[in-house]
Structure formats: structure tokens, C-alpha cells
Design a protein around this ligand. Sequence first.
Ligand SMILES: Nc1ccn([C@@H]2O[C@H](COP(=O)(O)OP(=O)(O)OP(=O)(O)O)[C@@H](O)[C@H]2O)c(=O)n1
Ligand SMILES: C[C@](O)(CO)[C@H](O)COP(=O)(O)O
Length: 266
Amino acid sequence: MAAARFWWITIEYRFAHNMELREKNEGPPLRAAAVLLAAGASRRMRSDGSKALLTVGGRTVIERSAAALLAAPSVEELVVVTRPEDRDAVEAALGLHARFLTAIVDGGEERTDSVRFGVRAVSPRADVILVHDAARCFVDPVHVEAVARASYEHGAALLATRVRDTLKLSHNGFQSEETVDRDRFWAAQTPQGMRAARFLDVLMRSEHDRFRATDDAALHEHYHGPTKLVEGSAWNIKLTTPDDLELGEALAARVSSSLASKPQGS
Ligand SMILES: Nc1ccn([C@@H]2O[C@H](COP(=O)(O)OP(=O)(O)OP(=O)(O)O)[C@@H](O)[C@H]2O)c(=O)n1
Ligand SMILES: C[C@](O)(CO)[C@H](O)COP(=O)(O)O
């Protein structure tokens, strides 16, 4: 029964998103690999195990992320980075998506280390490598595809949103000293991608220099320069603290009601 439900969800998702995307897809065929990061300690979530294995709207966080990545037409392989103790549970949670797996690799101490291990496990077929936080399980496949294409065209790209609030600068943490120009600020999300050779190059250089960062675009900015921004949406939240799970349940309900209201064959 559970297997049948899982099969239905997978078909439903790929049908609803992939067919629509393939029709809209412009440009030459592109082979993208997605590295899905799930090797963090989930400290701020304060969950018993990895937050990637928590359930939101009846599906695990990691399965939702894998489904969204694989619904992008260019994404043809998946590398999952996890903690050694979660390996079996992660593989089981991926279910049918496991057939797109090139490897499951152990993560590292910091995010940049996990990225390096994952990117090095991608097959040499890939033109572009995308890195995605498993914790951002509501990413829209349309945005995944847009980042893959922009990464190929510009060498590197990241999904990000414009900052909506007025921004204050504070040095002491309790007084605002300046109002900064928000038009110049973007909030980084994932996926973030680069052409495969360039990703391997920046990771080799950052390992040599012991340069680590909280995202992948920072490595590109440091070694190559400006990185193409692809405008995403506020729905692509990162499940970070327990409150985010409540928001996640609401987003999951929204996704399933929008799929349910989709006319047959559209
Ligand atoms: N050494 C690390 C650190 C983070 N991540 C992954 O990077 C993503 C974004 O990180 P974050 O949300 O900060 O996750 P955690 O590091 O698990 O969170 P915390 O800092 O609360 O422990 C997550 O999907 C996480 O699993 C990883 O694969 N390896
Ligand atoms: C990559 C990222 O998701 C962009 O917002 C983020 O930097 C992850 O790390 P953090 O520890 O939550 O800053």
C-alpha cells in the first residue's frame, strides 16, 4: 500500500512538472547532475535524527527534494551526501528516485566539505553540476531548470530572492545606525550550479586554500568573479528551526492542492 502511494506521488509529480517543463524547454539538450546535501547535524532543528528524514505533508524532506530536482528536464543524475549513520534510511526514503542515483557519499565537517565529496562523485557525463540543500524541499522544478541553464550559459548561477524588507545596519546589535539600499541585496537559496569543470576547479582551489563558505556561489565569486543571479521565490524556504516545520506543512498542503486542481492532461 505504502509502495503504491509512493509510486503514485512520483508519477504525479513528474507528470505535472516534467511534461510542462519539457514543452517550455528552450535551447540545446543539457546534462545536469544534482548533488543533494543532507549531511548536516540539524542542530537548530533539534530533531532526534537528520531533518532530511523528517516527514512534511506525508513525505520525507529528502524525497521531496529529490523529486523536485528530478522533475527538471536537464537533471539526469543524483548524488546524495549524507551522514554514515543515515545512509540506509536515506536510500530507503528515496524509493523509486534511487534509480537516478550515481552515488551516496559521506559528508564532511562543513558544508563546503560535503559539497566537495558530492561533486567529486558526479559522473563525467555531466555538463553542469547543481548543489541543493535537502532542507529546501519546496523548490520549484522550473527554478531548478533555470539555474541549470544559467549555469551553463554564464559558467555559474544561483537561485536567490530580492530582499523585501527595509534593511538596517547595526554594529552593536541593539541600535540601528544606517538604512542600507536594499536594491543591492539578494538572499541566497539553492540550487547553485556551475559548469562541471569549473566546479571541480574551485573546489580543488578552496581545498588547497582551506577556504570555506556557507554557499557555493561564494567559492565562485572568490575564484572566478560575478555569479549569475536567477530570481527564485519565497516558497523555497530552508527548513532550519522547528517553526519551519509548521510553515512546511502549509506549503505541502498548497502544493498538493495545486496538483489536485490541475486539469487532466494539462
Ligand atoms: N557539513 C554539512 C553541513 C550542512 N550540510 C547540508 O547543507 C544544507 C544546509 O545546511 P543547514 O540548513 O544549515 O543544515 P545543518 O547544518 O544540518 O543545520 P544546523 O546548522 O542547524 O546544524 C542541509 O541540507 C545540510 O544537510 C551538509 O550536507 N554537510
Ligand atoms: C546555501 C544556503 O542555503 C543559502 O541560503 C545557506 O547558506 C546554507 O547555510 P546556513 O548555515 O543556513 O547559512
